[in-house]
Ligand binder design. Sequence first.
Ligand SMILES: [Zn+2]
Length: 373
Amino acid sequence: MISSFSFVCQACCTNSQARAGVFSTPHGEVETPRFMPVGTLATVKTVTPQQLQATGAQMILANTYHLHLQPGEQIVAGAGGLHKFMAWNGPILTDSGGFQVFSLSELRKITENGVTFRSPRDGRIIELTPEKSIQIQNALGADVIMAFDECPPYPATREDVELATERTYRWLKRCIAAHQRQDQALFGIVQGGVFLDLRQEAAISLTQLDLPGYAIGGVSVGEPPELIEKIVRATAPMLPAEKPRYLMGVGTYREMVQAIAAGVDLFDCVIPTRWARHGTVVVGGERWNLKNAQFREDFTPLDESCDCYTCQNFTRAYLCHLVRTREILAYTLLSIHNITELVRFTQRIREAILRDRFTEEFAQWLAPTASSL
Ligand SMILES: [Zn+2]
């Protein structure tokens, strides 16, 4: 069978492991490295698919845990799948629900079979297993689906992390057996906490399963940023060069640049939309709070150099006014700018890799002393 997925590496950096590539999916291509916005409940909050497309976003994320709780995967499947349901015709990735079960839900009980938890929505008891997660993701119909994994908290003992990592591997094999659709690529997830040898062992055993892509999970769960970099540097190069590599839940400038230098291709993070809802914008690599009085009479564009709809049409004074009066339009306009900014940042990195100028042009973010945005 000819797979509808492929990853082609177009250029490799001579001074780091960074690469520029194209990941092809049934719903189009993703030029890597690329930031992916998060649309938890089948919507990137406050932004229409048309606006989203204009930001330069190519692949987006949706969350299996949230969509299972509401509206339920049968409704999404009844609509013809996620792409039709949310009117986004580009590539979509769903996570497995594992991270949310372990981080959000109460009363969870972990057994070899899976995880039992109480729904925060209506209190009912739900069991999520590797088979169930894949069944839900098969019904949702995203292009890329993720293996159901056990994400240990930080901090955790080596023994606990070892058990979780081994279980993640057994669960991955059950996910592979349960997966029913050829038009969806199942990615495996490397766990192992902050223990680099466990990460590397996990990467080696996952690679032997010859999956269409691999993710590094269980980072950005509260550990210091320098540990994230160490984990990524130890893990990413162990994953096969001819497959896409995805670092889950990371989207700050420094962390993305350092991960790209280690060979990571894809990122997702809720920060552009979450910050927008708090009146925060990213301009020229800095974080600004538009509520601040200094913007009240500032009639210049938000970012002169930005070609997004927000910066082309509105002043800082107007955006400050919308944020202060909590007008809903504020969230849309700030989200459009923030998503454009993060996607553009990864596009600029991609162009620098294609010219083999990455480590020179992004040196400030590669320095050990780089600030976190
Ligand atoms: Zn802008």
